[in-house]
Design a protein around this ligand. Sequence first.
Ligand code: HEM
Length: 576
Amino acid sequence: MMTLSDCTRPVELCLSPGILLVAVPKAVTMALASRALRVARQFRSAWSCTSLIPHNFGSKQADVSSYILAACLAAAVGSDVIASDGDGFVCGNKRADLPTFSASDIAKHDRADTGIWVAYKEGVYDVTSFLQQHPGGAEKLMLAAGKQIDPFWALYAQHKAENVQRLLETLRIGNVDAQSFAKQTASNASSDPADPYRAEPSRHPGLVVNSQQPFNAETPQEMIVDSFITPNSIFYKRNHMPVPTITPDEYRLHIEVPTSIGRRTLSLSLADLGKLPQAKVVATLQCAGNRRSDIADVKPVRGLNWRLGAIGNAEWRGVYLRDVLKAAGVQDAQGAKHVHFEGLDADPTGTVYGSSIPIETALSASGDVLLATHMNGEPLLPDHGYPVRALVPGTVAARSVKWLGKVVVDEFESNSHWQQRDYRGFSPNVDWHNVDFSTSPSIQELPVTSAITSPRAGTVFDPSEGSISLQGYAWSGGGRAVVRVDVSIDGGKTWHTADLNDKAAAHADSQPYGRVWSWMPWEIEIDLPEDTPSELQLVCKATDRSYNTQPQEASSVWNLRGVLSTAWHRITIQAK
Ligand code: HEM
């Protein structure tokens, strides 16, 4: 066992070239320890881990962050026990000495006034006392309040460490009634053969659900910019109809191209697609309605109330659409102006989801349009279009049709509802009484946008901390890189330039001009003025490679469907 009792000073961070010395006493407050952890991480990204040498903790050498973590844990549980002694400890096993709780007992404990419980494997834990001490933040822990934490910890590998699991076990209060969880899952699934939603897949419990049927859910705000690549399970889901059940062996993708001697067709199995040259594209997808809630604050609109999380970034793999269209003879096509995508998802009348893109986008060597089969190295999830979806980088996600059944080259745009009557922008003076959908073009490339993901609107901040940290994302359509993000803490009177995420910036720099399809997470720490007001209005706005920037007011871009909500993102936070 190792203890922190050698430490005598509160928190000491001494830097010399290549070496970070850290001393953390066991009595250190959690806030200080968390700050130390943040500082250590900052330096760890700049230096290699091996150059971080722990100081004042005896002879055992280890990554310094594990010592800081140990300090956090020790402070959190008021214990000296901070390191593994190799006794084969396992977290979450059934314990005969403890009571059993059902899934609904646990679900009731999801607020401060009821106490905050979580389930892990077979264990139930009361994590209320740990909430404010969680190094990942109270907000993240609250995402799992009243739920199983396994799916969250699957996304954050640091929790696999034994010392984290030891900490959790100190908060143990009972055992999970596994049958009640199984029943809960079974009762969520319909057994009615007439129910079109009976085959819906299971989903990550952290998703913020905007509608269950069809399933529409966004990435929780606290997790949006945790990584450059969004994990598949928490990538936003935007379905228009039930998820179709597709048997991979029977799946065929039909391609149709009109030529002077009639329609040429191709029918491709998954194996056929797998034999074609494979391409990878890192691209952000964003729903046209992302940030609709800001527009709806101006005046109500029709549509799901998407907040900030209908956006995500992934590495997509598949075959270039242009290669498949060439194999189908598109070079001989007559009057080819648009490429239609038809999904295999259908409503009870048999209407399938459909959409189209200009032929120029489809065939351009710099357009990178894919028939995608993989997302982040894995076959597409059912919610993301398994087995094949269109992936149109830089274009509104409504055109990246999922569960793709048919690709048709045509003279006209798709006549589907989603091309003709939806996903079009209008002036604020147009409302449902005077709208003529034929007067606006369908949305294709998306305009530049950005949002503040942290802090949340309404957060209470402590002016005595002297500074405030903000995080968020920015993105622009059409392959236009984001070149700058401006942030203000006084409603836009004065501005600061945010730091662009290193990995995202390096990726953007490595892409050819006009082919930067991925987003740009950003962060900034801003000093608070001496006379900090009781309320701060935080604002962000991004500028892209064409020097396009965001409109100032949501009212100026209000439109009846609440799409293209790209005004400066503004939130208000209050001083403690
Ligand atoms: C409920 C029980 C939980 C416990 C006991 C716990 C414990 C911890 C501990 C000890 C660390 C520091 C680990 C390290 O950096 O080496 C940590 C970090 C972290 N946790 Fe948790 N955690 C819990 C739940 C969650 C949940 C539900 C989420 C996500 C939704 C989460 C997200 C994170 C993140 C993102 C970090 C990294 C913070 C950073 O790098 O600064 N944790 N957690």
